[in-house]
Ligand binder design. Structure first.
Ligand SMILES: Cc1ncc(COP(=O)(O)O)c(C=O)c1O
Length: 430
């Protein structure tokens, strides 16, 4: 090429949840085995079936011509009204403060990329990789983060947040994921109020990714941003990928809170809308259908049965892992993920399924200097046929992995836990 096509910061672009699959697929082929895919938070690809009543709603609406048309750049008006009435608060948000995107992945990128380059968003560590990668690519250097503390149920380190905001006036926003991916924690109201207070005192805005807001286990209190934000400007990010669940619809939205309280924030939000207008609008069909799905009489029962299934899996996995000496686990309070920390993780090998698999892995590890937990996860795939996502892939310095609690089959789930347990024991002894 006449000019280099790669940006100087191209190495910052990564999405380990899917990258690990590319390696897993090659190992599967070389080893002639079927991998158990524990990497992705997609209930449907994990085998959950879509209820008949949902399919009937889709069929009914696909028959209408309006679902084939463009819609408003902000989103289909009935969907925005439904969101405002059911998930938001009209005290701090109006119908035009709700913007639909093609999934939250797009919303996250639009929000972060449209900030001035020198301005930073403080993201959690570990975090959902799209947030960290968007922040890093936007700034052209490593993302900046605050820690979630595994010794305190993965709650955010408030002192660190305050210090990073206080001593770096480029930080304009604090991002919180609640309920949390990857940790499965659901934050205490008091913790969230303190984060709002930091934003208020240092004149920052808040970004709360609340895509899992419906997904808490029995007896766990969920505090939404709109309940505690007061007059601080903020964004709540929600979508239908996890709770409906319809991840393939690519449909998520942003609720803008207190836009009129700060001119600069309001103008920045206008820019996000203009950026959306350049693409005309987000996909119409899921927006038209969304109110009918959430309001259907079967929806609540269906959601409750899914949550009790995940909670049962969380209990089983927690009991299984909690007494293995080399690791630490916190019992999730919601969502469908479990993080297992691998303490003082060595570099080791496991018995690969065959020679071709061993040679492939040796070659890969020679070429790339990977983090210790990536090495463990490659060895786990090569020897036990289980694919998890290394915790350092979530922008964390802590070694470990995230697995899902989505497995439909009881026997396969127990088997998977046993395979992982064996791999951990063998790895630390190797
Ligand atoms: C915390 C979090 N935010 C956003 C997303 C992306 O959602 P969407 O499917 O709407 O792009 C995910 C997907 O796993 C997630 O876990």
């Amino acid at each position: 090429m006449r000019q280099n096509l790669l940006r100087a910061d191209s190495s910052l672009l990564s999405y380990p949840i899917r990258e690990v699959v590319l390696i897993g697929k090659q190992l599967e082929q070389l080893g002639g085995f079927s991998m158990v895919w524990e990497n992705i938070g997609d209930p449907i690809s994990a085998g959950e079936s879509v209820p008949k009543w949902m399919k009937e709603i889709v069929q009914k609406h696909i028959a209408k011509d309006e679902t084939f048309a463009y819609t408003d750049s902000r989103g289909f008006i009935d969907a925005r009204q439904f969101v405002l009435d059911n998930f938001s608060s009209d005290k701090i948000c109006m119908i035009d403060d709700i913007l639909f995107f093609n999934g939250l992945g797009e919303a996250i990128n639009k929000i972060i990329n449209n900030l001035p380059r020198e301005v930073r968003v403080l993201v959690p560590s570990p975090t959902y990789p799209s947030h960290a990668t968007a922040e890093a690519m936007h700034a052209g250097c490593n993302f900046i983060s605050y820690s979630l503390d595994p010794e305190n149920n993965w709650e955010p380190d408030l002192e660190e947040i305050e210090n990073k905001v206080k001593y770096n006036d480029h930080v304009v926003a604090i991002l919180v994921i609640n309920p949390n991916n990857p940790t499965g924690s659901v934050y205490e109201r008091e913790t969230l109020e303190k984060i709002v207070d930091i934003a208020r005192r240092y004149d920052c805005f808040l970004i709360f990714d609340e895509i899992y807001h419906h997904m808490t286990f029995k007896g766990v209190e969920m505090t939404l941003l709109h309940e505690i934000i007061g007059d601080v400007p903020g964004l709540s990010l929600k979508g239908i990928s996890k709770d409906i669940p319809w991840p393939g619809s690519r449909c998520g939205w942003v609720e803008i809170y207190n836009a009129e309280k700060n001119d600069n924030f309001r103008d920045y939000m206008k820019m996000i809308l203009l950026a959306k207008m350049l693409e005309v609008c987000s996909t119409t069909l899921p927006q038209v259908i969304l109110p009918h799905l959430y309001a259907h009489p079967e929806y609540k029962v269906y959601l409750a049965s899914r949550l009790s299934k995940y909670e049962k899996r969380a209990d089983e996995a927690f009991l299984f892992f909690k007494d293995i000496p080399q690791i630490r686990v916190n019992k999730p309070k919601g969502v469908f993920y479990l993080v297992v920390e691998l303490l003082n993780l060595p570099r080791a090998q496991l018995n690969a399924t065959n020679k071709a698999v061993r040679l492939f892995l040796d070659d890969l590890l020679k070429k790339e200097k990977v983090a210790a937990d990536f090495q463990f996860s490659y060895e786990l795939m090569a020897s036990k046929g289980v694919c998890v996502v290394p915790l350092t892939g979530f922008g964390s310095t802590i070694n470990g992995f995230r697995m899902t609690l989505l497995q439909e089959d009881d026997v396969i789930f127990t088997n998977t836990l046993e395979k992982i347990g064996e791999a951990i024991n063998e790895y630390y002894l190797a």
